[in-house]
Design a protein around this ligand. Sequence first.
Ligand SMILES: Nc1nc2c(ncn2[C@@H]2O[C@H](COP(=O)(O)OP(=O)(O)OP(=O)(O)O)[C@@H](O)[C@H]2O)c(=O)[nH]1
Ligand SMILES: [Mg+2]
Length: 379
Amino acid sequence: MSDIKKIRRCISCGEVLQVENPQEPGFTTTQALQKHVIVLCEQCFAKQNQGHDVLNEPIFNEDFRVILEKARVTKSLIVYLVDLFSYETSFMSEVAEAIRNNPLIVVANKFDILPEKANEEKILEAVKRRAEDADLHPLEYIVASSTKNYKTEEVLKAITKYRGGRNVYIIGAVGSGKSALVNSLLKIYKNPTNFYISTSIYPNTTLEVIEIPLDSRTAMYDTPGLSISNSMIGYFSDEKEVIRTLVPRERIVPRQIIIGTKEVLVFGGVALLEVVNGIRSSYYCYFSNEVKIHRTTSDRAEGFMKSLIRKQQTKPISKKITSSKDFDLYEINVDYGGNREFIDISIAGLGWISFKDRQQTIRIYVPKGVSIYHGLAKL
Ligand SMILES: Nc1nc2c(ncn2[C@@H]2O[C@H](COP(=O)(O)OP(=O)(O)OP(=O)(O)O)[C@@H](O)[C@H]2O)c(=O)[nH]1
Ligand SMILES: [Mg+2]
């Protein structure tokens, strides 16, 4: 009689899982093997769960260091643009370090895509908390919308107030709306040249520094975006259809789904949220309205997602994701005091999921290298 046994591997590094020797690759505990269908070896688990919340900081481009060095020696004003859709995961410690001595304004852009109920004060508080975490200390924060010209006059006023006759550098992640902001400012200036800068939903639109003279001596500089290699937008940058689905172009309508222990939310073919343990409660998803959301159970999740992809029954679908082997896996033990505060789990480039803290254990599956972040709810 022959006997067929399934060999289990670490979901991240692919090593065969073993419980005998902690010094050897693939080590895990018997308990983890019994409790979970999908398991990370102890080494990968430690790597993915160590340190701060923002994992996989994006790569800091050396050319950008040269731009920031110019801004530093000329004591220029920095306008740091953050995309309200993904600001938590778009800060870089090297940038904070490089602009430490420059006057700084933080503009939280794309306010128009947040749901109706979004409270500007509360958003401002959340952005402040995150910026301070990243060691940024701006003179002013402004919540704005470049394409709707919301508060762009205030941005211009703040620039005039703080630049002190010096240059201005507009910096921020790829796609945060830097060029759109500059165009909006040009309109207020009654720009006589009719020159506007190209903008687009696809990453890396501006590839060189663009100089816009402010007077005979000084200029405003629109810069290429900071890397978003840790975001889905970076990960799927060569798949236009995926980007078109992920980037919200209209106001987000939150979607509420109730799930409990051993249930899974499937987000298109690009991410999963699994409640490993937790009483049934509402999960509110803030994604582009085009992203499809499905519900299934833990034991069926893998087959269910594969079938959605094979039958093209979901959106977005990427050529790069065919099974859970293409994901990084994170486990979050939610415990913000258990007093049922709303908390957010953000997935860079996809959006965020908001729910009440009921001391759940949650697993998030995202394309390899994509950052997640969790903290108190921003809305
Ligand atoms: N809804 C909304 N979309 C915006 C806003 N600002 C910019 N966008 C859109 O976001 C996309 C990116 O804008 P860009 O101005 O090209 O962004 P960028 O920061 O210059 O991008 P790179 O040059 O690639 O670094 C475009 O499709 C813009 O129309 C905004 O306030 N609201
Ligand atoms: Mg640009």
